[in-house]
Design a protein around this ligand. Sequence first.
Ligand code: FCB
Length: 436
Amino acid sequence: MNFSRADFPEGFIFGTATSAYQIEGHGFGGAGPTQWDSFAATPGNVVRAENGAVACDHYHRMNTDLDLLADLGADAYRFSTSWARVLPDGRGQVNEAGLDFYDRLVDGLLERGIKPAATLYHWELPSALADLGGWRNRDIASWFAYFTATIMGRIGDRVWSAAPINEPWCVGWLSHFDGHHAPGLRDIRATARAMHHVLLAHGQAIQVMRDLGMSNLGAVCNFEWSQPAGNAPETLRATATYDAIYNRFFLGGLFKRSYPTEVLVGLGAHLPRGWQDDFDTIATPLDWLGLNYYTRKLIDHAPGPWPNYREVGGPLEKTQMGWEVYPEGLRDFLIRTAADYTGDLPLYVTENGMANPDTHNTPDTARIAYLTRHLDAAREAIAQGVPLKGYFTWSLMDNYEWALGYDKRFGLVHVDFDSLQRTPKASYQALAKWWR
Ligand code: FCB
């Protein structure tokens, strides 16, 4: 990996990302049950029905993991806070041990000179709130505001940045339309409501954090570059619909106070009454936008009801997830996002990385190549004037990859899930060489 820090603008931030449920060990420290625990316990949802009860046991091994970050030379660390660890029932009684845990995490980062980049919600909704309809219930915006005030009342004075919700598309579409993530619904009305409420909750949380006097607040969205699998008009239409649902819906809400027509065609009738009046909250001004990017999708027309698209396998090199490697999509998203939505607003790549069937002693050369090509793509966007200010790899260490369990390894650090032993991979060494 032939980079030096001088290849990026001065002050460019390099870091890694993780999330609470994927690494902490949700069985420890008084965390309440979450929708991911029950989703995983339902046969057929998750590979081998694995869950996050132990995960990487980061809860007890935090200092080891923070030392790994420091040795890597990371400037910043993007972590998430578990709602159910802080508020086991989602509301009401606080779990003091949970607040203490995030307090120690933030202080541990600062002691090592690493900037704490917090995400409030990365998918483990407390079961008590799922029982009330979760993201389908409009009240989730005020429940989430309460959680935001509780956790940020404790750590908000020391975090470097904060974003309310990781990947609204996954919270809304993947979990309520595709049914691939908790709560595993396949219902168009639930989808419309979840997609709107997730933005409403985002906006209210931003306002709560502003009122606490916090700054450097953003949003983190995920993107997949969609390309037509042919030239037929219905194929082009299907590709535009996919792009609108995945990539333009949330940006539209956040930055244009509107939703794309291709989405309203299908979801419009199912959105909650008065949704148009929520944009004052949804579009509360931000200080930055984070882009999570992994792959592209080839799209074709599908018969039947809206959205009339299907994914088609492509010919490019694939990762362990079966995702095609397409760095050009990262460059093009950065350029398009700045041009169409965010202008001069600072952008960050908040997740990028690949899964590989790594062992603790085989060099992960494929990951080094993947990261190199995506960092080159980021540099191309910067050269074209995109105000990109930082780049976070997913992930610091192998972890619980949601519905795919512990098989898919995204880490710069190998984790043996029996002994929980951490072993830095060749990609970690390659980054450390120029980050440190
Ligand atoms: C992203 C998620 C993250 C991880 C990576 C591979 O969509 O934010 O938790 O699962 O994909």
